[in-house]
Design a protein around this ligand. Structure first.
Ligand SMILES: Cc1ncc(C[n+]2csc(CCOP(=O)(O)OP(=O)(O)O)c2C)c(N)n1
Ligand SMILES: [Mg+2]
Length: 344
């Protein structure tokens, strides 16, 4: 692979429409729908947080939707997917029930973790989402562990470990990369490099903007991708997932992207990070993964009205699921004690 170490982020990403040649119309519409569902669900949560309906902090990934949608497209429910604090898109892209998801965010008993996990402790075993925790990099070794277990049992399930560019700075990640490689574990590390770890730009933390050099150091095959180009993500994810199932893992994907909101909660202009300007945001909004796919579809004879109606239907589903979740009750304060491990 071309050595990108000295390349600038600008040369990896683009505002151009994307190449959809190798995909069927149905598949493209399915993935577009998922991206719109994720984005609009997150806008709903953002509003809910702003007006006080959502009690705890939320880390929104608006702008980053193409990555999990392109990865999830080739997974099945037996695979084990792990995320972290910014994982709404990871679990939604796997098809979690929307009302149960919103219920969790709203701390209702009908939530996927009975309303006791909230935005940063999501779990959806039925769709293959094995969990997210806010300890940065905390789930990375778990993904390697489930991959090793799958290999030892002779199963064909693979593991996906989503992590950020900030998580790449945790020591456990480097141990995990090595352990995965030495055991040839069926795991794919997917780094969503949005250039920020909380408030610090990667240039203030790392000698290089790209982190795939750590995969190279551990002899793991890697690819650096434009994370806002859905079909580019799809092509690599399809290939790596197939080869991972065939015993050729581990693999490493670094997808360059950008979060539109601040590190936490609903503002685009507060809590966004050192050295982030309004111009930067404008620059990245031009690289919006959803608009780029829509542009490609319209250029290829898809009808604009069809796309508008699609979005309206998705919004209706979101509004209904949100309203239904709001009507649910919250657990009693002491119910959480039922889930605390204790020795008799
Ligand atoms: C072990 C640990 N250290 C620090 C934090 C505080 N913290 C929460 S999110 C975050 C930034 C992580 O950045 P990145 O991995 O790039 O993910 P992003 O927020 O960009 O999606 C930090 C430092 C934490 N939760 N856990
Ligand atoms: Mg980051």
């Amino acid at each position: 692979m071309k050595d990108l170490n000295n390349n600038k982020i600008e040369s990896i990403t683009s505002e151009k429409e994307i190449n959809i040649d190798n995909f069927s119309g149905d598949e493209l519409l399915e993935m577009l729908s998922k991206m719109i569902l994720i984005r609009n669900a997150e806008y709903k949560i953002a509003k809910g947080r702003e007006i006080g309906l959502v009690g705890g902090p939320v880390h929104l990934g608006v702008g980053q939707e193409a990555i999990p949608v392109g990865i999830s497209q080739y997974l099945n429910n037996n695979d084990k997917v792990f995320g972290a604090h910014r994982s709404h898109a990871h679990i939604l892209s796997l098809g979690i029930d929307l009302k149960s998801f919103f219920s969790e965010i709203l701390a209702k008993s009908s939530g996927i973790s009975k309303g006791m996990g909230g935005s940063m402790h999501l779990f959806g075993g039925s769709v293959g989402f094995s969990g997210s925790v806010p300890i940065v990099a905390g789930t990375v070794p778990l993904a390697v562990g489930t991959a090793l277990a799958s290999k030892l049992k002779g199963e064909d399930a693979i593991s996906i470990s989503y992590l950020g560019d900030g998580a790449m700075e945790e020591g456990i990640v480097h141990e995990s990369l090595n352990l995965a490689r030495i055991n040839n574990c069926p795991v794919i590390f997917v780094v969503e490099n949005n250039l920020f770890s909380s408030h610090l730009n990667i240039n203030l933390r790392q000698p290089k903007e790209l982190t795939y050099r750590f995969a190279k150091a551990n002899d793991i095959e890697s690819k650096v991708l434009d994370g806002n180009n859905l079909t580019s993500i799809c092509m690599t994810s399809k290939e790596f997932i197939r080869r991972c199932r065939a015993g050729e893992g581990p693999f490493f994907i670094e997808a360059i992207t950008y979060r539109w909101f601040g590190h936490v909660d609903w503002r685009e202009d507060i809590d966004v990070g050192i050295n982030r300007s309004a111009e930067d945001l404008k620059y990245w909004k031009k690289r919006d993964p959803i608009s780029r796919l829509k542009k490609s579809l319209l250029k290829n004879n898809f009808v604009e009205n069809h796309l508008i109606n699609l979005e309206k239907d998705i919004q209706k589903d979101i509004d209904n699921a949100w309203m239904d979740a709001l009507k649910e009750s919250s657990p009693e304060w002491n119910e959480s004690l039922n889930y605390v491990f204790k020795r008799n």
